[in-house]
Design a protein around this ligand. Structure first.
Ligand code: ARG
Length: 588
């Protein structure tokens, strides 16, 4: 891979100047604009770390570089950048290597990491709603990207299967359901039950107390309550699994919160014994230890101009552990069980403080483990309706994921019916399923994850513009070139050497080479949107190439080279969509 080669050369050059320097962040990136070159390396941070003036340092690195075999030019730019311009022959050679099965512009990681991805994690006895969609889709894509890069990925669905909602649900189950109803209960019944009991509890303190009693009994292991709770979990999981199946999402583990119950006491006790936690008003809490500047300290909060304690509660005054305690036990379990290099938590932005506190408590509790692991809270914003308010149904209810997918498939079917009325009905349905699910996923992955985005059916299913539909069409269009070629007896097999003669061919080639680099950056920053934009640009560059450069009608040597470009583009599109969790179609 050319970018890896350049990085190796850069490392060697810096090593010669500053032996033993930490080179971990010395990387090349694609140049934003082709006029500056193909790859760029920013040497400023490294120079600063070495206490060298950046520009002269970059100059010196450039002097030591030996990259003439691959680059026609290396230029010093700005305050400490190096820009590399590749030889067209070097590009062509790399394309040819990929065409010959040498990997799609990336190589599996030399030192694979073990990464736990904690995502989706809906709450039991509640239907999965769009709030969980981003976690499921983002988390799945991150897991796929990390996997394709050769890392050992462990996906874990941290189901919310233990919590105060069960007191009310148990009470409702006992009070409001007849034995027959209990036999046929659905997730909708549970939701209704919960709403009813919740309302009753608000109106009547005795009901609230009764619900609390049911919860206490569950927590103490009452067999009847445990049995009902188990039923509710099974019901919910069947519903969740149906959605996961539609989305093509799978988990290696589904260790819900309840799995950690046996460890909670121990966690609280250890934190108390080590003086990390202390009693406060009958509860047990972790306070600031004063080692962090207040701005970065998750146990402090600014109020009226001063900093006041913002403790992390780990044992409530009624003796119950909570969400944070469970997450601490979970972290400890994951460390003991899998020794991960990285744990990635995918949830909405409202949980930022929670994770900052949990990570900070863990660092104090198990500094060695914490030093070994990268703990990342990958958070995201909300999905808004076209009115700019939280996305709801017309009647104001939260929208269910399964209904959303139904609607996506229906709408996609309308598009397919229009475009391709002659296809057999089940073929049209199959296409609509892939397009509909793909459209929902892509719309979710495309925006910067930290911003809220407006859910728009029209944008999502638009044939122009940056959408899954557009990319799926681009892919199918390239595949149709090969079908047409095959009819004429032309195949990509035995393609001759790649020649990059026109500007369009070079632009497409240059972009293809960046696939691996973009995957790597998307994984490092946990941002699949980089990949979406990359694929969109790829489809655009391909369209321009295809407009300007005849493929099947060219003379054989040119045709073979261009067919190779077509094939590589299709393969990158397919692989790229696959790691976004989106299936491709040979024909739409
Ligand atoms: N069940 C939680 C929710 O729906 C998300 C859990 C995320 N994972 C974790 N380890 N806390 O908000």
């Amino acid at each position: 891979m050319l970018y890896l080669t350049l990085e190796k050369q850069l490392h060697a050059a810096v090593e010669a100047i500053a032996p033993g320097a930490d080179l971990s962040d010395l990387q090349v990136r694609p140049c934003a604009e082709a006029k500056f070159g193909d790859y760029q390396c920013n040497l400023m941070t490294l120079a600063r770390r070495l206490q060298r003036p950046p520009r002269p340092f970059a100059e010196e690195v450039k002097g030591r570089l030996d990259v003439g075999r691959w680059c026609e030019a290396v230029e010093l730019a700005g305050a400490g950048f190096l820009n590399f311009r590749l030889h067209p022959e070097a590009m062509a050679a790399e394309l040819q290597q990929a065409a010959g099965g040498g990997g799609l512009f990336f190589r599996p990681a030399e030192k694979p990491k073990t990464v736990v991805v904690d995502f989706s994690s809906p709450n039991v006895a509640k239907p999965m709603h769009v709030g969980h969609i981003r976690s499921t889709i983002l988390g799945d894509s991150l897991a796929r990207i990390l996997r394709v890069l050769g890392h050992r990925v462990i996906t874990d669905n941290h189901l919310g299967d233990w919590g105060t909602q069960f007191g009310k649900l148990l009470l409702g189950w006992k009070q409001k359901l007849t034995p027959e109803q209990r036999q046929r209960v659905t997730i909708d019944d549970l939701e209704r039950l919960y709403k009813e009991v919740n309302a009753a509890c608000e109106a009547d303190a005795a009901q609230l107390e009764a619900a609390r009693q049911e919860l206490v009994k569950l927590q103490q292991g009452d067999p009847e309550n445990l049995g009902i709770w188990q039923r509710m979990i099974e019901l919910s999981r069947a519903e969740f699994d149906a959605v996961y199946q539609r989305l093509g999402v799978r988990f290696d583990y589904t260790l819900g919160e309840s799995f950690y119950n046996p460890f909670l006491k121990q966690v609280v006790q250890e934190l108390l014994e080590r003086g990390i936690a202390r009693e406060s008003d009958g509860a047990v809490c972790v306070f600031s230890d004063g080692t962090l500047p207040p701005k970065e300290d998750p146990f402090l909060i600014q109020r009226e101009g001063g900093w006041v304690p913002n403790p992390c509660l780990i044992l409530k005054s009624d003796g119950a552990a909570n969400y944070a305690t469970t997450d601490l036990a979970t972290l400890d379990y994951r460390w003991r069980t899998w020794r991960p290099d990285e744990i990635v938590y995918v949830t909405d932005g409202r949980q930022q403080l929670h994770f900052r506190q949990v990570f900070a408590v863990f660092r104090r509790w198990q500094p060695e483990a914490a030093a070994h692991m990268r703990l990342a809270h990958v958070w995201f914003g909300s999905i808004l309706g076209e009115d700019g308010r939280p996305f709801k149904t017309r009647s104001g209810d939260t929208i269910r994921l399964s209904e959303l997918l139904d609607e996506a498939e229906e709408r996609a079917l309308a598009v397919v019916n229009q475009k391709n009325p002659d296809l057999p009905q089940d073929e049209r349905r199959r296409i609509a399923r892939v397009v509909g699910v793909g459209a929902v996923k892509y719309a979710d992955l495309l925006p910067n994850r930290q911003s809220d985005y407006v859910f728009s059916w029209d944008k999502m299913l638009s044939l122009q513009g940056n959408s899954a539909v557009y990319l799926l069409y681009a892919y199918a269009r390239i595949r149709s070139i090969f079908r047409k070629g095959a009819e004429q007896g032309v195949t990509v097999e035995g393609a001759g050497s790649v020649r990059l003669e026109t500007a369009e061919e070079r632009a497409l080639a240059r972009h293809l080479l960046n696939f691996g680099l973009v995957l790597r950056i998307a994984a490092e920053e946990y941002r699949p949107n980089y990949l979406c934009n990359y694929l969109y640009d790829l489809a655009g560059l391909f369209a321009r190439f295809f407009e300007q450069c005849p493929v099947l009608k060219s003379e054989p040597a040119v045709r073979a080279s261009r067919l190779t470009l077509c094939d590589l583009t299709a393969r990158v599109l397919r692989q790229g969509l696959e790691v976004l969790g989106i299936e491709t179609l040979e024909q739409i």
